[in-house]
Design a binder for this molecule. Structure first.
Ligand SMILES: *[C@@H]1O[C@H](CO)[C@@H](O)[C@H](O)[C@H]1NC(C)=O
Length: 212
């Protein structure tokens, strides 16, 4: 293959990764519905790829590997469903599976017959993840799948992302209005503060006069 051919092939692959078929993206709203993880009998054998830093696309090698796996016969017939999760819309699921969001590397968790297995290998090594998914994971003892958080401390974990989402949505739609309101109320309080300080110093000066 010529250099140009290689380049064109790479380009084609790259564009199919970014624009073509995608690996299932899970988030807090669809996680339980799609995986049925709480029931103990998941809808399939889910490979959950937690990407603490932004999105899994920040790991191009991993993204293309997951995409590759998701269309492979052996993976499909084993009922393995590769998926990705990012903290921006899956923070509850990160908390549920105790994934530290300050990690700089992805965490791969495999759900198989009500058991949880964590991939400890190196996904960059040829076939390591594939072979693990297709059987080697059984060399480890499964852990139970953590329960879904029902309510939480302050708002319930569920509400926090919803609130953030709402705020982001409102801000993106009415950003100018919100900025005006913030600026307006900021000015209002500054004026109020200025008046208050003015009043205090005025009182203070009258006070001194009286004492004179
Ligand atoms: C979660 O994913 C579903 C399906 O892709 C999408 O319809 C929904 O808007 C997503 N929700 C959030 C909060 O990102």
């Amino acid at each position: 293959m010529s250099v140009l051919q290689r380049f064109l092939l790479a380009l084609a692959l790259l564009s199919s990764v970014s624009y073509g078929q995608e690996v299932v993206r899970l988030n807090d709203s669809n996680f339980e519905h799609d995986t049925q993880a709480s029931t103990g009998s998941t809808t399939g054998n889910w490979l959950l790829t937690f990407c603490p830093t932004l999105h899994c696309s920040t790991y191009p090698h991993l993204s293309s590997l997951l995409l590759e796996l998701s269309v492979e016969d052996e993976i499909l017939t084993s009922g393995i469903i590769p998926s990705t999760l990012s903290p921006e819309n899956s923070i509850n699921t990160f908390l549920r599976f105790k994934i530290d969001t300050s990690l700089s590397h992805p965490v791969l968790i495999y759900l198989h017959r009500g058991g949880l297995y964590t991939f400890r290998g190196d996904f960059r090594k040829d076939n390591e993840l594939r072979e693990w998914l297709l059987g080697k994971f059984k060399n480890w003892n499964p852990k139970p799948i953590p329960e879904e958080h029902k309510g939480g401390l302050l708002f319930g974990y569920k509400d926090i992302p919803d609130l953030l989402n709402d705020f982001n949505r409102i801000q993106s739609q009415h950003g100018l209005l919100i900025n005006c309101i913030c600026l307006g109320s900021g000015l209002f309080f500054m004026i109020l503060l200025a008046m208050l300080i003015g009043k205090i110093t005025e009182d203070g000066s009258t006070g001194t006069k009286k004492n004179d």
